[in-house]
Design a binder for this molecule. Structure first.
Ligand code: THU
Length: 132
């Protein structure tokens, strides 16, 4: 059974609790529903060698691939330094999402009061790169 947007948001918030972000202090969680209706989560994982840090969306997408998901149906991203504030995916993660998205994919961001925004990948990454 497909989970609701608010349950997906809560899964992203829960994943954010495990963020390893000692350097930036900015904790991010991401939760994906894939084309098999399965849930996958990830958090950001930083490193003392700063460029080696990875984003929450990258972790959630890797988990989806590992478990056989092919498409992102919905992805929620919860980020912030203290309270949750709207965290639109970074440029690199827009391209990562684009790889597994279609025109019906929904990207959800939110703040702590559960006011949320919904985007398509075309809104976040117009003319995204495809390898033909
Ligand atoms: N971060 C994400 O996990 N996803 C994004 O889309 C934006 C940024 C992480 C990377 C880094 O660990 C921290 O947030 C601050 O940039």
């Amino acid at each position: 059974m497909t989970i609701s947007d608010s349950d997906l948001i809560n899964a992203a918030k829960d994943a954010r609790e495990n963020a390893y972000c000692h350097y930036s202090g900015y904790a991010v969680g991401a939760a994906i529903i894939d084309d098999n209706d399965h849930l996958h989560v990830g958090c950001n994982v930083e490193n003392a060698a700063y460029p080696l840090g990875s984003c929450a969306e990258a972790a959630a997408i890797a988990a989806m691939c590992q478990e056989g998901g092919k498409r992102i149906v919905r992805i929620a991203v919860a980020g912030g330094s203290g309270d949750i504030t709207p965290c639109t995916p970074c440029g690199g993660c827009r391209q990562r999402i684009h790889e597994f998205a279609d025109e019906s994919t929904v990207i959800i961001t939110m703040d702590d009061s559960n006011d949320w925004q919904r985007y398509s990948i075309a809104e976040l990454l117009p003319a995204g790169f495809h390898l033909d």
